[in-house]
Design a protein around this ligand. Structure first.
Ligand SMILES: [Zn+2]
Length: 431
């Protein structure tokens, strides 16, 4: 840019900033969003010819015939169906696998950090306006959340966990390599009550809104056993107590029946995966009001795609052990009436594909309305954000999405979101 043009540009920028500083904030914008129908997961009903009145970043009124204030901007989505913005209670939005050895050894946290905003954008454009992000390296999730909240990058509302807490040799440790292989990253490994309490405090210090614990073995790591426990009852009890002291809920990763029961007894808010949950575990979860967050889609993706990404055979063995059983146990838990929230482990498969899980949930026992409720009102309850997200009621955030067809007739239409509004701002589609 020639120096004169640069000076002119700077002068204009300074003028604009001065003007902005002097003027009063404009009155909140009012928008009326119309469509053919609205799925209301809170009431479990559908409203025909709905109008959602949005004022600023909140919903002001919803119904078949609310008065549209004079001067309101009208967005007419005609034949579309409106739904509240969706919630994924289990994502890892800062990363996505490409190749096992490259991801482990050739990419640094900076490589991950520079791409995270791309995945955040894909997620919100898929209609997921809120996510609980349950574990990221180096607090990248918290930096991303701040950038989204400031409006620097586009993405969903985030509840980040920071470092997922693992035992030595557990799912969050680097396993399967020589004892001489060390990666100098921030560690989520803690053993014993004192170290666990310190790590909870460290996560809170750096901005974690939820605490994630790896209570048992995992699939995408080479440790011994996918179903085994990796923390003692005493360690889990201390972790949940410490988190509660700082006002944080706990999400516990657990595939196996034993770590699931330990985590529920310790008082976690949700069991993630819950693949091998037994009848006792389901009963205990119901008794204690613990949510099950069962990621029943990604088995298809892992078995189809991870081979070409160089993942070790052991990981496939583990996936084969849990994939099918997780779906059967999901069905059992649905029939038993356990509390379920939608969570996909997005980041294990490409971001933006979150809604592919709805069809699997319906195939394995949920009604389309139940699946939508899991991703709206139930997930909001789990997050502690009831009334703020997951519903279109006066006072809630104006987070909504639209699809071309009726998701109660064909739930897979949720994979093709045509319009998204977050906090009263259209982020996809529109007129
Ligand atoms: Zn996960």
């Amino acid at each position: 840019m020639p120096i004169r043009t640069l000076r002119l540009a700077l002068a204009v920028a300074v003028c604009a900033t001065t003007l902005m500083a002097q003027s009063q904030p404009p009155p909140p914008r009012t928008i009326a969003v119309r469509a053919a129908r609205l799925v209301d997961p809170k009431g479990g009903t559908t409203i025909a010819n709905p109008v959602v009145i949005v004022e600023g970043d909140k919903v002001k009124a919803v119904g078949a015939n609310p008065a549209v204030p004079a001067g309101a901007e009208v967005i007419d989505l005609r034949a579309a169906t409106l739904i509240p913005g969706l919630i994924d209670a289990h994502t890892h939005v800062t990363a996505q696998p490409t190749d096992y050895y490259e991801d482990t050894f050739r990419r640094s946290p900076i490589d991950y950090a520079v791409l995270a905003h791309v995945y955040a954008k894909r997620t919100v454009e898929a209609g997921f306006t809120t996510i609980r992000d349950v574990g990221a390296a180096e607090y990248i999730d918290i930096a991303l959340k701040r950038a989204i909240d400031k409006g620097n990058v586009l993405g969903p509302r985030m509840i980040p966990a920071g470092l997922a807490i693992s035992s030595t040799g557990g799912h969050g440790d680097l396993t399967g390599f020589s004892p001489y292989v060390r990666i100098e990253n921030m560690t989520g490994v803690a053993d014993g009550v004192d170290a666990i309490r310190r790590l909870v405090r460290t996560n809170v210090k750096y901005g974690a809104d939820v605490i994630k614990v790896l209570a048992g073995g995992g699939v995408l790591s080479e440790e011994e056993n996918v179903g085994g426990p990796q923390f003692s009852q005493q360690e889990l009890n201390a972790l949940v107590e410490e988190a509660a002291m700082w006002g944080r809920k706990v999400a516990a990763h657990a595939h196996g029946a034993e770590p699931i029961k330990r985590a529920i007894k310790a008082g976690v808010a949700s069991i993630e995966h819950a693949s091998l949950i037994d009848d006792d575990g389901i009963r205990l979860a119901k008794e204690r009001g613990t949510f099950l967050v069962m990621d029943v889609y990604n088995d298809d993706y892992i078995l189809a795609e991870y081979g070409r990404m160089g993942y070790p055979e052991k990981i496939f063995d583990k996936e084969r052990q849990v994939g099918r059983l997780q779906r059967e146990n999901f069905q059992k838990a649905v029939r038993a009436g356990a509390k379920m929230a939608f969570g996909t482990d997005a980041g294990v498969y490409p971001h933006g594909w979150n809604a592919k899980q709805f069809a699997i949930m319906v195939k394995w026992g949920m009604t389309p309305m139940q699946a939508i409720q899991a991703a709206t009102v139930n997930a909001a309850d789990l997050l502690g954000w009831k009334g703020r997200v997951g519903e279109l009621s006066p006072g809630a955030y104006a987070d909504l999405a639209a699809v071309a067809d009726d998701p109660l007739a064909d739930v897979s239409t949720l994979e093709r979101v045509t319009f998204v509004m977050k906090g009263g701002v259209v982020v996809k589609g529109g007129k």
